[in-house]
Design a protein around this ligand. Structure first.
Ligand code: GDP
Length: 202
């Protein structure tokens, strides 16, 4: 499938509670990451739509999960999960976000994969490891994306990739695919489209 398919993404809705979720049919891929990991930028690059993920930005917003549809039939959706670890929100708020994220992940039958974004310079923070560990236990397909690769030289990028691989292997979490990505340079888009095509059965 070409980028054209992803370029037709449209905002569907934002939900604050599980009972507001769209029908649990078709295919959903969720995008997760710490705040500032580059999730909005990646979603914008993926869909060639600068406005797409802006809706998800305000901390403390009531809409916690944002859904975007691909294609005409709304059967394939992208889900923008709230960024973990936003420094300026209260502990209670963080707890609520985490509950919402994991409730969604655990209940959603149509979830076919999770893309976890990590800044290439700060990968595998505790929130990331918790999600990777969850995916392994839940047998949920996961794809790891090291973002902002343009911040490092090619050599440093390879070093970071290898360090992450080794670290996951040492923790018994090496089941997942891994790539580098830059929204600025648009590198890694084809690799990401390939993973999504597989999950969406395109
Ligand atoms: P989010 O909080 O995960 O949605 O992160 P954003 O997409 O808003 O990005 C956070 C910051 O990182 C912003 O200042 C972006 O301009 C910057 N950023 C995001 N992606 C890239 C990238 O690929 N390269 C560089 N150099 N900066 C990026």
């Amino acid at each position: 499938m070409t980028a054209n398919y992803y370029n037709q993404a449209k905002y569907l809705l934002g939900v604050a509670e599980m009972k507001q979720l769209p029908d649990d049919t078709g295919f959903e891929v969720a995008f997760a990451g710490r705040s500032n990991a580059g999730k909005s930028s990646l979603l914008n690059a993926l869909t060639l739509n600068k406005q797409l993920a802006r809706t998800s930005k305000t901390p403390g917003r009531t809409q916690l999960l944002n859904f975007f549809v691909l294609g005409d039939d709304a059967e394939r959706r992208l889900v923008d999960l709230p960024g973990f670890g936003y420094a300026k929100v209260s502990k209670a708020m963080k707890g609520r976000w985490q509950r919402v994220i994991y409730t969604y992940l655990e209940q959603r039958q149509c979830l076919v994969g999770v893309v976890l974004l990590m800044d290439i310079r700060h990968p595998l923070k505790p929130d990331d490891l918790m999600l990777i560990d969850w995916a392994k236990r839940a047998q949920m397909p996961m794809h790891l994306v090291l973002t902002k690769s343009d911040k490092l030289s090619r050599q440093q990028q390879i070093k970071s990739l290898n360090q992450v691989k080794k670290s996951l292997k040492d923790s018994g979490l090496n089941d997942f695919s891994l790539q580098v990505f830059s929204s600025v340079k648009k590198t890694g888009l084809d690799e990401l489209y390939g993973v999504l095509d597989g999950w969406y059965e395109l």
